[in-house]
Design a protein around this ligand. Structure first.
Ligand code: FE2
Length: 424
């Protein structure tokens, strides 16, 4: 007897009427028209079944803290960092854990089952690190939480920054982070990239840096990141997050830069919701959008993901763990409106971030983990358009969340009695 059988599913690659058979937490068959006894049987009725959403860029130590101790009036990155600095002395282990667990509850309800979260390593107490390592263990049965040692105040700029980051890695943090554009000078920023990539090479770690989160077209730390990646042979293990300065860079320079990034097999994370709100704040009109050059980077063969980055924290007053909201914004900001580009936006919150995180057993194929999401939409493009409800979410074949279909009842003369947005 199977643990789970989902029938009449549409898959993200366009296959329809598929059955997905699950046993022992893994998918053992994906085929058309299979019928077999199972403990749970779900008729998807032609709706989309996807592997879970993955967020390649988040800050779980600050999430759900909006308004503490005040809100960000200017809306800039730098006021957000200052505000986080005001909040940090008041943080407690329990408060961080409770907020993070609450966020993970929302994530599971949204079918978001893997998150790479940066964790601030600036203060020698490493309180946020201890708290999120605790959370990582507690959510492990239902959510993969990967942690990045993130020197928010600058690994060189803040006293003891490098030692604190190394201690965070010793404690079990998975990935080496950085913030070169926040170091004191361009030279120090480049030096930080070199030091951190060497550290990752020494320890066999992946790298994911906040890089060039700026409207300054001369912020070119991504060039150094690509160089260090190829110098140290870290191909496919290094991600540049944000890269917003690329939006404002000279086109000729970018025509040299993107091939260097592709040569290094750099991963890229754009954070559309945050980029469109934080960037361009010093502009009058026209105001720059600030998001990095997503379609061009994808066309060059780089793996590009959309991250959520922030939910209700010093940098962002919105969000609800919905990666389709990030994809929706990325589609619009990047003008990715062809059918192929819209499907790429779905990949940018599923398979692409899964690759950047190095997730094992991700996907809908025999042998993969039975981590699945049933969406109230018929294909990936509609899922983004509708920011589709997650009707069912399964982790290792066990249902972990359900939501009712959003069908509106109508009372109109001569018109149908209801509207089901997924039926079109
Ligand atoms: Fe971030």
């Amino acid at each position: 007897m199977l643990d789970l059988l989902i029938t009449h599913a549409s898959l993200p690659d366009g296959r329809q009427n598929m059955s997905i058979a699950v046993q022992g937490g893994r998918i053992n068959e994906v085929t058309e028209g299979l019928q077999a006894p199972a403990h749970e049987t779900v008729d998807a009725g032609g709706l989309l079944v996807s592997p879970p959403f993955v967020d390649a860029h988040f800050h779980m130590d600050s999430t759900l803290s909006y308004g503490q101790p005040r809100v960000n009036e200017s809306g800039t990155l730098l006021e957000g960092i200052a505000l986080w600095g005001e909040l940090k002395p008041t943080l407690t282990h329990d408060a961080i854990v409770q907020r993070a667990l609450q966020y993970c509850d929302m994530a599971v309800a949204r079918g978001l089952l893997a998150i790479r979260s940066h964790v601030d390593t600036s203060h020698p107490s490493l309180l946020p690190v201890e708290a999120l390592l605790d959370v990582k263990q507690r959510v492990a049965p239902y959510l993969d939480l990967q942690l990045v040692a993130f020197p928010q105040d600058g690994v060189l700029r803040a006293p003891g920054g490098l030692d604190n980051l190394k201690r965070a890695l010793d404690m079990g943090v998975d990935v080496v982070g950085g913030i070169p554009h926040f170091e004191r000078t361009m030279a120090q920023g480049a030096e930080s990239v070199k030091i951190l990539c060497e550290l990752a090479a020494e320890r066999g770690k992946r790298v994911d840096m906040h890089c060039d989160e700026s409207d300054d077209p001369h912020s070119r730390h991504v060039e150094t990141l690509a160089y260090e990646t190829q110098r140290l042979g870290l191909y496919g293990r290094v991600t540049g997050s944000h890269l917003t300065s690329m939006h404002s860079m000279d086109n000729y320079y970018v025509s040299k830069l993107i091939p260097l990034m592709a040569e290094a097999d750099l991963g890229v994370v754009a954070n559309p919701l945050i980029n469109i709100t934080l960037q361009g704040r010093h502009d009058t009109y026209p105001k720059r959008r600030g998001m990095t050059r997503v379609p061009e980077l994808m066309a060059a063969g780089l793996t590009v993901a959309f991250g959520h980055d922030c939910v209700l924290d010093p940098w962002y007053s919105g969000g609800s763990a919905d990666m389709l909201e990030a994809a929706h914004m990325g589609l619009h900001v990047g003008q990715m409106t062809s059918q192929a580009a819209m499907r790429q936006c779905f990949d940018a919150v599923t398979v692409n971030p899964a690759k950047l995180l190095g997730l094992e057993g991700y996907g809908i194929a025999p042998g993969c983990h039975a981590d699945l999401v049933l969406l109230h939409a018929r294909n990936p493009v509609d899922a983004i358009r509708l920011r589709a409800t997650r009707l069912g979410v399964w982790r290792r074949g066990q249902r972990v969340a359900s939501s009712p279909a959003p069908v509106a009842q109508l009372n109109l003369p001569g018109r149908p009695g209801s509207v089901d947005f997924a039926s079109n």
